[in-house]
Ligand binder design. Sequence first.
Ligand code: FAD
Length: 333
Amino acid sequence: MDIQEYKGIYVFIQQVDGQVAGVSHELLGKAKELAKDMETEVTAVLLGYHVSGLCKDLASYGADKIIMVDNKDLELYSTKPYAYCMCHIIEKYKPAVVLYGATAIGRDLAPRVAARVRTGLTADCTKLDVADDGTKNLRMTRPAFGGNIMATIICPDYRPQMATVRPGVMQKIKPIDGASAPTDSIDMEIPASEKDVQILEVIKKESQKMDIQDAKILVSGGRGMGCPENFKLLENLADAIGGTVSSSRACVDAGWVEKDIQVGQTGKTVRPNLYLACGISGAIQHLAGMEESDVIVAINKDEGAPMFEVADFGVVGDALKVLPLLTEEVKKA
Ligand code: FAD
């Protein structure tokens, strides 16, 4: 393999119900930054059916070029047809880097593609940068050994360098109004052998709750809340300020709350406008998932709690007393 032939950073665009997933916007933003260091371009790879309407959106979030396969067989995500298209694109265009969101779809698709094109894959990255040793290799960093160490991985001898990246970690660029990008639309026949799985029906999980990664305001509870029943105090405040409840791992491990609301290194990475940490000590693994929040407010009985070191505002006090007072004041306002 002549790795010099491989050029450009490609981002697999995840789209569902006519919307580009937030993580794809984040990856375009990150790719733009990496492209400066690698002196190359960012290409968005858009697969789906009737998706051409998304091209403007992709250009506004930083794509210099778009490669699109608009095909009825790609209407709903299915591993084999999507992997077939990605492999075809990689073989045709020879990208140096391909990035995917570490979502259910990205985690399913990326390993299949990596195996088929015979390259490596670093899964679940939390940091990407470019080696400054003249090689311009992509440095892919991810938690390893249950989050106890951070491993930085390079793929020096194979191309493309491939990574899945956790949602919520990278920053989107501010969309550029009126941006456009040249689109290469590929007419592709997907062989019958790649279509042996038929999706009969899609049943959506019904949930009233907003995903904590999409929430602008998070009211987060830790072990200091004392018991699961006291999470009602967090819900009351969240309802009053239009927020969503999240939690530390201690509460998940204790079985008080579901894992899907855990913030942190082994939970979700969040970046809300406001993060209210109630009875959370501020362990490094928790901070890893929320310290990029715009404004952090800590409520903790212990004035020495590490959470106060990252907080913009703090209340030293009993969360079980402070929360009802705060909710009452918000409702009055
Ligand atoms: P505690 O550390 O027990 O802190 C409770 C806090 O509440 C204390 O500061 C206390 O002063 C305060 N408090 C008590 N009562 C009150 C009250 N009435 N009012 C106000 N304050 C009160 N943790 C995560 O959260 N997310 C992760 O993803 C994660 N991943 C991990 C991965 C690894 C490999 C390891 C080893 C650990 C991980 N952890 C993670 C666990 C982490 O190290 C901490 O144990 C955990 O975050 C502690 O949760 P906590 O702050 O709720 O509880």
